[in-house]
Each structure stands twice: as C-alpha cells, then as structure tokens.
Design a binder for this molecule. Structure first.
Ligand code: ADE
Ligand code: ZN
Length: 337
C-alpha cells in the first residue's frame, strides 16, 4: 500500500529542525559568491556543490557533520540571506504537509562572526510571516545554545538585550541545547535553564543522540526540560523510559539524521516500536535536511513507514502526540487535532 498521500495529508508538526541545516550546497555556493565568503582551500569537498553534496553522504559522526555545518553558515551574512534560508525550508515544509513548525537557530555561531542577533532574527521573522500568509504554516522559534563553547559564552548570549527582548516579545518562545554532545553534559548549562524557566520560556535539549541515556536524565532533572531532542538512547534505561512515558515528555526523533551521523545503523534499528508499545510520545523530524540527503520531514515519515509498516491507528497516535507536544497556542492545537 502506498502511504505517501496519507502521510503527506496528516497535519504534521515539526519540532526538530535547525534553520541553518536547511542550507543546501547550491544556496551555500550562491551566497558565498555574493558575500565573498572563502572556504577552506585544503578541502576538495568545497570544489563545487556536487562535490560537497557527495561529501555529505559520508559523515562519520556528529562532529564530522558539525564541521561542515559551521563552515556552511559562514555564507549567511545579511538579513535577506537568513530570510531566504528559512523561506527555502518553509517551502519544503508546505509541500510536505507541515501544519506547524518549531524551528531552532544558533545565534552564537553568527555572533562570533560579527553578525548581530537582530540581523538573524529579522530575516527569520520575515520568513515566518510569509510561511503563515502564503502556506498557512504556523511557526515558533527556539534559540539554541552551543554546548561545545564555554557555558559563560551561552550566559553572555542569553543576557544580551536583543536576545532578552526577543523572549519578552515572544518572537522566540524557548531555548534548546545543541552541537557536540559527548563530554558536554547538560548540567554544565544549568544556570541558563534556571533563568529561562524564571522567564517562562519553553525548554528542550539535545540528549541521548551520541551521548548516553544519563544525559537524558540530567536534561530532565537538572535543566527541567519539557522535551528531549533525539533521545534514542533512552532504550538503554528502562526505568527512565517508563518515567518519560508517564510524564508525557515528547522525544523529537530524527531518523535520517541518526543513520547518516552513525548514531543508528539503520532506520529499522530505531526504537520506534519500543516507544509505541511503552507509550513514549515522540515526533518525527528532519534535523538538518539539506545536509542529510535532502530528506525533509515527509521522507522521514516515509522511511519510518518502510521500516516499520505502522497501522493507520499508530500514525494517528504519532500525529496526535506531535500536536499535543507542540508549543503553539491551545486554539491552534484544537484546530489541528
Ligand atoms: N546542530 C545541528 N544539528 C545537530 C544535531 N543533530 N545534534 C547536535 N547539534 C546539532
Ligand atoms: Zn538537532
């Protein structure tokens, strides 16, 4: 049976995609030419969009991917670059049948290059406005902090007046934690999460992607996150799994990402069936679609269907979990449910 039309039509919510991860090799080269950005001259992958795309098929780890991810974003300079980047994502999201998207961005990776927070934010806000009027897609922004940098850098960024203003006016509704996971446990970032909770911000963190299940535990207990990004290593801790099912913590699973970054050997090896039978709520997401074979959200849904042959009821369960676990207003949830 062909599930393509059915999965496309489901009112999907995306909770785990990095807008900088929507930068395709083609757009990367175009923007680099426009902005006079130079690439590392000692890496032949940067010869052309085609050679770069080929290199993306052979990531060996999360850090190997992140190396290209941070070089890639150096081509993003003006507010209209950020707008075009996000518009490119929203166009794919619309074609894939996304109803609501909560998207990440990495301000520290731009601030460190002399790009202001407001340059990034104004581009993304313009794109969100177009997504709503042109496609009816509602969206929210989540500001991520980079765990490979000192926590003091995250705290300084969090305290910037422009960042605080974006929290206050609800242009940014929550915070996340991303980048290299191993050796950077969640508790290093306790102070920011404490402040974020005081401000009434939503909180999530990448945990249990490459790192151990204990990082999921400390993200929940020390950072008091309301979601966990990835979380696939949760199956290594049955009692934590039970706790997460009971607390209805949403995991934002990214199937193609996990395989291409070698966090899982295949999509069939992901704990999708375990999560369903244990009542663990999860959503299915694209993470960095332009870096992961151009697989946007619908490809991830289709790959899960290919691997697990889920029933219509099981898809309804997944879809409802994604809606209830979203951070949109209650009225929007009622419409989507
Ligand atoms: N930044 C962008 N994608 C990421 C991922 N999958 N894990 C950690 N940091 C990221
Ligand atoms: Zn991610």
């Amino acid at each position: 049976e062909d599930f393509t039309a059915f999965l496309q039509a489901l009112p999907k919510c995306e909770h785990h995609m990095h807008l900088e991860g929507a930068l395709t090799p083609e757009v990367l080269f175009q923007l680099a030419a426009k902005n006079h950005t130079t690439f590392p001259s000692d890496d032949p992958a940067f010869t052309s969009p085609a050679t770069l795309k080929e290199r993306y098929n052979h990531f060996t780890s999360l850090d190997d991917f992140l190396h290209y991810y941070y070089i890639g974003m150096e081509a993003l300079v003006t507010s209209s670059d950020f707008e075009a980047l996000a518009c490119d994502y929203f166009q794919h999201a619309a074609a894939d049948g996304v109803a609501h998207a909560e998207v990440f961005f990495d301000p520290q990776a731009h601030l460190s290059r002399g790009i202001t927070y407001d340059t990034v934010l104004s581009g993304f806000m313009a794109a969100r406005h177009r997504a709503k009027t042109e496609f009816g897609i509602t969206s929210e922004l989540i500001c991520c902090f980079l765990r490979h940098l000192p926590a003091s850098n995250s705290l300084q960024t969090f305290a910037l007046p422009s960042v605080q203003a974006s929290f206050h006016n609800k242009q940014v509704i929550g915070i996340g934690l991303d980048s290299s996971e191993l050796d950077f446990p969640p508790e290093l970032f306790k102070d920011i999460y404490t402040d974020a909770e005081k401000l009434g911000l939503k909180r999530t963190a990448h945990a249990g992607e490459e790192g151990p299940a204990s990082y999921i535990q400390t993200a929940l207990s020390t950072l008091r996150t309301q979601r966990i990004d990835h979380g696939i290593r949760l199956i290594e801790d049955p009692s934590l799994l039970h706790q997460i099912a009971t607390a209805k913590i949403l995991l934002t699973v990214c199937p193609y990402s996990n395989v291409l970054l070698r966090c899982a050997t295949s999509i069939a090896s992901l704990p999708i069936r375990h999560f369903l039978s244990a009542g663990v709520q999860f959503s299915i997401n694209s993470d960095d679609p332009a870096y992961f074979g151009g697989h946007y959200i619908l490809d991830n849904y289709l790959a899960v269907q290919d691997a697990f042959h889920l029933s219509l009821d099981e898809w309804a369960t997944i879809c409802r979990a994604g809606i209830s676990g979203s951070w949109c207003c209650e009225a929007r949830k009622v419409v989507l449910l």
